[in-house]
Design a protein around this ligand. Structure first.
Ligand SMILES: NC(=O)c1ccc[n+]([C@@H]2O[C@H](COP(=O)([O-])OP(=O)(O)OC[C@H]3O[C@@H](n4cnc5c(N)ncnc54)[C@H](O)[C@@H]3O)[C@@H](O)[C@H]2O)c1
Length: 360
């Protein structure tokens, strides 16, 4: 088992990699939580992996109530947050009772938000079951729900008490979901770790066949990078924005596709365009966008706008980026690589250059 620490003073917590679901109860017992516990999950995950975690929590003495949210991004909303509050109130949960988010990023974001707001904050634990949730959404404390007018528009920074990962659950994850998570792993290589980038290139076969050692390595490295960045800048005052590499164009694509495209797939396309922009503005040599695009394609991830379900005009894409919440003072913020392993943040991109690169 490996532990990665997220250092945030009295809100610090451990990410435990390689904990079996059957050991979840023993791990959570150490946290001094109340006896009542709500396991928030969806029917897909509950059916495949639910029994093991429920048994383990019960064996550790917790009184476990399961709250099932239907499977899908469209249920990450205030109505379902409210359904969780109702279940908690109906069952007499108090401020010491804990919530366990057992699922992918949708369940993690929704449960974290419910935990942040129920009785002004109750403890919660993340047990991520997708690669994307393991390397990204379960770590760092961004929680939230969607509003009809925009994704993740309602939310709170609220850190979990612990993150527990059983890598074995990834064997049942559909391949496309796994690849979506790989886009975020590739992101960490580009923004912070050239050795990880090379490792992803050299170990593709082993990664795609889910070899435990290589999987542990890339998830651990991703968590270390995220933990380091979040520890330095919890509320995205500066440095944390580097984690948004590929997300400016990525979010615009997700919006344009009405959230039918997976997050990681949209980010993959976004990373290619951001890397091309970096080269076009003289920030990096041409091998950077070439290497980024090659690695993304080698994992079977989409790399340009032709992957979208409809033709998207540059004008529409530019407009969508401008209304995105990352636009500051009307200027779109971009994270651009200066080399593999290093990025800069800018909101000074020339509109003409942007149009030209997006039109390629
Ligand atoms: N909070 C953050 O920092 C952050 C960062 C990135 C993304 N997100 C959010 O994460 C969400 C996307 O998360 P996701 O990619 O994990 O998608 P998801 O939660 O929708 O899960 C994808 C699918 O995989 C299924 N699944 C999950 N684990 C499984 C398993 N082990 N075996 C079989 N099937 C399994 C789910 O039921 C679902 O159908 C988005 O809402 C996005 O906004 C949040």
């Amino acid at each position: 088992m490996h532990t990665v620490k997220v250092n945030l003073g009295d809100r610090s917590y451990d990410i435990e990699l390689g904990t079996g679901l059957d050991q979840a109860g023993a791990h959570l017992k150490e946290l001094g939580l109340g006896r009542k516990m709500a396991l928030v999950t969806n029917p897909t995950i509950k059916k495949i992996h639910g029994q093991r975690i429920v048994d383990s929590l019960k064996a550790a003495g917790f009184l476990v109530m399961s709250v099932e949210v239907p499977d899908g991004e469209q249920y990450k909303n205030l109505d379902w947050a409210n359904a969780i509050y109702t279940a908690l109130l109906t069952n007499g949960f108090d401020r010491k009772s804990a919530l366990v988010a057992f699922g992918g990023g949708v369940i993690g974001d929704l449960t974290g938000f419910a935990a942040a707001t129920f009785m002004r904050g109750v403890p919660f634990v993340q047990v991520p079951t997708t690669l994307l949730a393991m390397v990204d959404s379960s770590v760092g404390g961004k929680t939230g729900v969607n509003h009809p007018m925009g994704k993740n528009m309602i939310g709170a920074f609220y850190q979990p008490k612990k993150v527990l990962m059983d890598l074995g659950v990834l064997t049942t994850l559909p391949k496309e979901e796994f690849l979506s998570g790989m886009a975020e792993v590739i992101k960490y290589g580009v923004i912070r770790d050239p050795a990880l980038f090379d490792y992803l290139d050299k170990n593709r076969k082993k990664i795609l066949s889910l070899e435990p050692d290589v999987l542990t390595h890339i998830i651990k490295r991703s968590c270390e990078i995220k933990a380091e960045v979040v520890s330095k800048d919890e509320h995205e005052g500066g440095l944390r924005a580097i984690l948004n590499f590929g997300h400016t164009v990525g979010h615009a694509i997700e919006t344009a596709e009405n959230y039918t495209m997976r997050h990681g797939e949209a980010v993959a396309i976004g990373m290619v365009y951001a890397s091309r922009l970096a080269h076009r503005t003289g920030l990096c040599v041409s091998s950077v966008p070439e290497r980024v695009e090659r690695l993304i394609k080698s994992y079977g991830l989409p790399a340009d706008l032709t992957a979208l379900s409809r033709q998207l005009s540059v004008t529409e894409l530019m407009y969508t980026m401008q209304v995105d919440k990352k636009a500051e003072g009307g200027k779109v913020k971009f994270v651009l690589p200066s080399k593999i392993g290093e990025v800069v943040i800018t909101n000074q991109l020339d509109e003409g250059v942007l149009k030209e690169v997006l039109g390629e």
